[in-house]
Design a protein around this ligand. Structure first.
Ligand SMILES: [Zn+2]
Length: 245
């Protein structure tokens, strides 16, 4: 009987090994946008394409937050409005990839997979531009600037396909004019750097493809929702890691 138990045990181990080996095949293939963000897309040998399938799981172990630009370029024509903070290569010299809002929430300043800075926060044509714009001619990925809860995921005539994320501590981010949404719903929890959609030009009027990105602080209004919040200039927030002022 002892040898029969041994065979049963070995059989169970074999089944377990087969199941473990099959797990990567059951995961959905990574989207091109996800791969672009890993920095590994171009150096991976085509001979082993299955390697890509397990990359998202590996990424969760990466300590540094992902899903934002490492360097920020001003779009052509934007440089004059940025004054001395742009060098000859259109690089925004005072760009801080990660900033802190309300002293506690670390946010990505440019939560996009590509693009250039096409508009800054402030007065524009007599109205307050309540965010910053990033332009690209392709539907690059848009990422959650920090972990949080999806408070809004809807279409509006003014903001087009729009997402608002609640990061806690009275900090919210808004992403407007998305071409489409990723697999997210109102009430979902997202992690920092999670793809929430792609850059688009949706609205009730014609506009170029870009992300309109707002950082908002304050109390969520019972009736007016995100429109009870105070917009802040993300480019002016302190860099993450700097000592508190
Ligand atoms: Zn805008």
């Amino acid at each position: 009987m002892a040898s029969l138990e041994k065979y049963v045990f070995l059989g169970a181990v074999t089944v377990a090994i087969i199941l473990m080996a099959r797990t990567p095949d059951t995961q959905p293939p990574a989207r091109p946008g996800d791969l672009a963000d890993t920095g590994l897309a171009s150096d991976s040998p085509a001979a082993n394409p299955s390697r890509h399938d397990v990359l998202p799981a590996v990424l969760t172990l990466t300590p540094a937050p992902r899903g934002h630009l490492d360097t920020l370029l001003a779009c052509k024509g934007m440089a004059p409005s940025l004054g001395n903070n742009v060098d000859g290569d259109l690089r925004v010299t005072d760009y801080k990839p990660l900033v802190v809002a309300q002293g506690s929430v670390t946010l990505a300043t440019a939560p996009v997979g590509g693009g250039c800075l096409s508009s800054i926060f402030g007065q524009r044509n007599g109205r307050l531009h309540k965010g910053v714009d990033f332009y690209h001619d392709a539907p690059v990925p848009i990422y959650a600037a920090a972990a949080g809860k999806i408070r809004r995921r809807l279409y509006r005539e003014d903001y087009g396909n729009m997402v608002v994320i609640d990061h806690g501590a009275g900090v919210y981010t808004r992403y407007a004019h998305l071409e489409d949404f990723s697999d997210i719903r109102q009430g979902d929890q997202v992690v920092a750097g999670q793809m929430i959609g792609t850059m688009g030009n949706t609205a009730g009027y014609r506009l170029p493809r870009h992300l309109h990105y707002e950082v908002l602080t304050g109390q969520w209004g019972a009736r007016s929702g995100s429109f009870a919040l105070e917009p802040v200039d993300v480019l002016a927030l302190p860099a993450a890691g700097d000592p508190a002022p």
